[in-house]
Design a protein. Structure first.
Length: 209
């Protein structure tokens, strides 16, 4: 049993390595995807009750679908998310990733939004949760209510105040989804202003567009 658990963990770390790499480079090759998928599937087979392995398998499949090299089974990926949440109901990342899945793969923003709120309830400052709020929010911006838009901008504010890597993520996503105008207007008119150095950086990197 210990050997099986250790082997599952090794496969899991292998597939997670690929996900981390793709998050940085935003691209993948078919051989990388096949290797990651095989490792994620094997980890889940060896330890089918592990929520981390379930989420990793779902995310690998999503990367392959986005790259156009894999036909995702959304019923399977949805099931993986639900099982992971059931097994670890206080895990903010699981709710946020499930929301991303519902929004982009199910095209169901109405179902996705409550999952984002649960992610924020359990992890209000968790970078992975805030990132998914921005990705879903910026992409579906025209469909959001005023209150939902405010929540997206507040989430961006949290990341802007964090370390440089998270600030750069906000910059990247605002430009990618063409929401720099709304973001800059919000951040430059806060009742509690940003530090002068951060405002200068914001004007240079984000608001010049």
């Amino acid at each position: 049993m210990l050997f099986q658990t250790g082997l599952a963990n090794a496969y899991h770390f292998k597939s997670r390595h690929y996900i981390d790499l793709w998050n940085l480079e935003a691209k993948l090759t078919p051989p990388e995807f096949e290797d990651a998928l095989s490792a994620a599937q094997r980890a889940n087979e060896l330890d089918p009750g592990n929520p981390h392995y379930q989420l990793t398998l779902a995310k690998v499949m999503e990367w392959g679908a986005f790259a156009g090299i894999y036909q995702i089974d959304t019923s399977l990926s949805t099931s993986l998310y639900r099982q992971a949440i059931a097994r670890r109901p206080n895990w903010p990342n699981a709710y946020a990733d499930y929301a991303y899945h519902l929004a982009f793969f199910r095209q169901d923003l109405a179902a996705a939004w409550p999952q984002l709120l649960l992610g924020l309830d359990y992890g209000p400052f968790t970078p992975e949760v805030l990132r998914q709020v921005l990705v879903v929010g910026f992409n579906f911006w025209p469909e959001l209510s005023a209150g939902q838009k405010l929540l997206v901008l507040q989430s961006a504010h949290k990341l802007v105040l964090a370390n440089g890597r998270h600030y750069q993520l906000v910059n990247k996503l605002a430009r990618q989804y063409r929401r720099s105008g709304a973001l800059c207007s919000y951040l430059k008119n806060l009742s509690d202003p940003l530090p002068a150095a951060k405002l200068t950086q914001l004007n240079r990197d984000v608001c010049r567009a």
